[in-house]
Design a protein around this ligand. Sequence first.
Ligand SMILES: C[S@@+](CC[C@H](N)C(=O)[O-])C[C@H]1O[C@@H](n2cnc3c(N)ncnc32)[C@H](O)[C@@H]1O
Length: 156
Amino acid sequence: MGAPFYPTSAFVVEKMLSLAGVRPGSIVYDLGCGDGAIVVAAARDYNATKVVGIEQRQRLCSIALRKTRHLRNVAIVNANYDDIDISEADVVTLYQSASENARLKLKLVDELREGARVVSHDFGIPGWRPTGYHVFKEGRRNQRVLVYVIGSGTPS
Ligand SMILES: C[S@@+](CC[C@H](N)C(=O)[O-])C[C@H]1O[C@@H](n2cnc3c(N)ncnc32)[C@H](O)[C@@H]1O
């Protein structure tokens, strides 16, 4: 089961997107986009060419839609991300539990091209070797950001 809603802070969103190398030209998918914090930053601050946020909860989708209505490069999809093809993504962002990340491995490896990046907040992807493991202090909390590159230490 996917994680309940808990938003990534602006500070960590910025770390995730810069560590994943999001830039103009990038296509970014946020699996479980919540209220759209990552989507807004990728589209507005990083000028990604296309950003897709997928969220199963209608109420959160409405908030994300409201926050992104002025951004032409964003699509918010009210769906289970299991049902959405993510193969065009250059970067996938995740803030899910370790067990959900483990379940998602097959989808990520099946659908993403070699060299695509997966960046995960707090929870690692069991059995995968990150190319980057970063810990940031935010207030009293340690925030972890893990970066993976498909085809490099990412068995399904
Ligand atoms: C921890 S929140 C992260 C929200 C956002 N990505 C962020 O970092 O601010 C996880 C989100 O994933 C959504 N979610 C969980 N399972 C999902 C699924 N199978 N399909 C779509 N959304 C899902 C939840 O509703 C929740 O909003």
